[in-house]
Design a binder for this molecule. Structure first.
Ligand code: SIN
Length: 173
């Protein structure tokens, strides 16, 4: 039987990379395989409002793809805070994550296609325009994108989708 008290590895690929507002025992650069990061999830509570949602990232299944992020080893009671933070359509999913020197099973929050806040694909200039204009209780949507792009550079990670949106939003400013 699984030990319900044992620490759990959490994989973060969006704001969990650059705004870890929770306690953790250890943090490592990590990646997952078979998933790609996309600004396809609506944000009605953090980076937009119910009538004018912003866009934040979710993971989309993509055989052969790789998504870089940051893994955190956390105590199970931290999930109460995380479930609240990620309540806008995200669900906990099991995932295998890879470190420079090994791998671990853990959990990731995904806005699965079809969830109530899922917006899906759109032309890049429309996604950029929505991010450029949206603001929510946690601040401007553009801040989320720019912080994510900066955090990915710090991890020495590349993500053409994120970096292209960063370019478009900076151009629009
Ligand atoms: C994550 O960062 O892992 C989930 C999406 C987000 O909170 O931005």
């Amino acid at each position: 039987m699984a030990d319900m008290q044992a620490p759990v590895w959490l994989f973060g690929y969006g704001s969990l990379i650059w705004r870890p507002d929770f306690p953790f025992l250890e943090s490592r650069r990590a990646h997952i395989e078979g998933w790609t990061r996309r600004f396809w999830q609506g944000s009605h509570d953090h980076r937009g409002i119910p009538t004018d949602p912003g866009r934040v990232v979710t993971l989309i299944e993509a055989p052969g793809a790789r998504c870089d992020g940051r893994a955190y080893l956390i105590e199970p009671d931290v999930f109460e805070h995380l479930d609240h933070r990620e309540k806008n359509g995200y669900t906990q999913c099991d995932v295998e994550m890879f470190f420079a020197d090994g791998q671990a099973s853990g959990v990731v929050y995904i806005g699965v296609p079809g969830n109530f806040a899922f917006l899906g694909d759109a032309p890049m200039d429309e996604i950029a325009a929505q991010i450029h204009r949206s603001v929510g209780p946690s601040g401007p949507n553009a801040e989320y994108l720019l912080q994510l792009a900066a955090a990915l550079r710090e991890l020495d990670a590349t993500d053409p989708h994120v970096f292209e949106l960063e370019r478009l939003v900076l151009e629009a400013r």
